[in-house]
Design a protein around this ligand. Structure first.
Ligand code: GLU
Length: 448
């Protein structure tokens, strides 16, 4: 069975790149009837925080990328990591290195000068010192090459001579990320490691542990990173990099998922897919090989297209969850939304747009001249005898205009301003109809 994992470090929030990695892992496992697992890599105690864990979980929840099982915290697996370090040591695939920090710095400087990687003298020293002050390092192969058949990057080769004897266990007996991540992937029976290509270099080093332990090799898919419009790696500098900022901004999660999918995956149509509920034929081979550019304009555009194409009932559901309006307001929103949604980028625009529905709304009549006010007053007065439906209101108003040799443009803007406080509003007859006779009259008489 295919098992993927998303392995964020809670040293920061969930950013757009991380969300895309999670999505790709989710889609690939889902399409293959596999499992999508979540591992919180919280071993860096100083830089990790509970708040960041919460934010990451909430972000994934908002995007509806639900893991198949409860998340695993890397910090709870430490004993297993340590066991593996000692097993490697026992089998002579690792060694205790007693170099002090000063000695190490010295070696590092010399190695750099020669363009070589650090090699500790303890690698070949068979005596086991009594000192307890050591780190455990992996004995990297000195010769030959390591080849990774990456599902995205193709075959990638490095000379083993450039791989340093990385630390597995620190002086204080804590495992490094390099060790912990490999051991966890093995214990979680991960079959496919899909992650950013900034981890490709790690893969060459991690794979050595897997080989020494004689564990099955996972499949790798290293995804090119997302860049900003200026071509550099996407970061805070380019605007919001926290997924929840997009939520607060008013983006719909389905749109974020669809946009992230397109950002780095070849699709030949413009559909916005229901990625969570329907099966999407996600194939690793279709992931693009070059970095993609994040474009907030395209994302916003996709949000408005998504809204326009949603059935009214779905939009109402979203509004209920987001704003929990009372039954009467909801009824009015339902009536006006098909027209309004055509010009929205974000559903949140509705709040400001429909503030005139509130009974507390009061129009500012101070800037209107008396002539205009009289006109509106008269029109609203003739409606006193109108049947209260859209058709009659429309007919009565038009009749009045014809009789007085006036056009809708003589009345519309000023009426709209008085009733809604806006230059732009839904169809003015709908506004009159919803507000009702008394409320309309109240809005024009209030300051007179
Ligand atoms: N914790 C790593 C990160 O957040 C990911 C490691 C991995 O996917 O193997 O970058």
């Amino acid at each position: 069975m295919i098992r993927t994992r998303f392995a964020p470090s809670p040293t920061g929030k969930l950013h757009i790149g991380g969300a895309r990695t999670a999505l790709f892992n989710y889609l690939f496992s889902k399409y293959n009837n596999g499992k999508f697992l979540l591992r919180v890599e919280d071993t860096d105690r100083k830089r990790s925080s509970i708040e960041n864990v919460e934010i990451i979980l909430n972000s994934l929840e908002w995007l509806k990328l639900h893991p198949s099982e409860k998340e695993i915290y890397q910090s709870t697996q430490t004993l297993k990591h340590i066991d593996v370090a000692y097993e490697l040591l026992k089998n002579d695939f690792a060694y205790k290195c007693y170099l002090s920090n000063e000695e190490l710095n010295d070696i590092r400087t010399k190695a750099r000068e020669k363009g070589e990687v650090i090699k500790s003298p303890y690698r070949d020293e068979s005596i086991n010192k009594l000192k307890q002050d050591f780190v455990i390092r992996l004995k990297m192969p000195l010769k030959g090459q390591t080849i990774i058949q990456d599902k995205v990057q193709g075959a990638v080769t490095v000379n083993n001579s450039i791989l340093d004897d990385m630390v597995l266990l620190r002086r204080n007996n804590t495992p490094t990320y390099m060790l912990a991540s490999v051991v966890d992937d093995y214990n979680m029976e991960i079959t496919h490691i899909i992650r950013g290509d900034d981890h490709l270099n790690n893969a060459f080093r991690q794979i050595q542990i897997i080989k020494f332990m004689n564990w099955p090799l996972p499949n790798y898919a290293h995804i090119p990173l997302i860049h900003g419009q200026d071509g550099s790696k996407l970061s805070k500098r380019h605007g919001a990099d926290n997924v929840l900022d997009y939520k607060n901004f008013g983006f719909e999660p389905e749109v974020i998922n669809n946009y992230l999918l397109r950002l780095g995956y070849s699709i030949n149509d413009d559909n916005i897919y229901d990625l969570i509920n329907n099966s999407f034929g996600f194939k690793l081979e279709k992931i693009n090989k070059s970095p993609s550019k994040f474009d907030i304009k395209k994302l916003s555009n996709m949000n408005s297209i998504f809204l326009r194409n949603q059935p009214l009932s779905n939009l109402i559901e979203i509004i209920k969850i987001k704003y929990n309006p009372c039954a009467n307001t909801l009824k009015n929103i339902e009536f006006l939304l098909p027209e309004l949604i055509q010009r929205y980028t974000f559903l949140s625009e509705i709040k400001e747009d429909l503030n005139w529905l509130s009974s507390d709304f009061s129009s500012d009549l101070s800037k209107l001249n008396q002539e205009n006010l009289n006109l509106v007053f008269e029109v609203l007065n003739i409606l006193k005898s109108s049947n209260w439906n859209l058709k009659s209101i429309n007919e009565n108003v038009n009749e009045y205009l014809n009789r007085n040799n006036l056009k809708m443009r003589d009345l519309g803007p000023v009426l709209r301003l008085i009733l809604t406080g806006k230059k732009n509003s839904p169809d003015i007859f709908k506004v009159i109809y919803i507000l009702g006779r008394n409320e309309c009259i109240k809005r024009i008489t209030i300051d007179r």
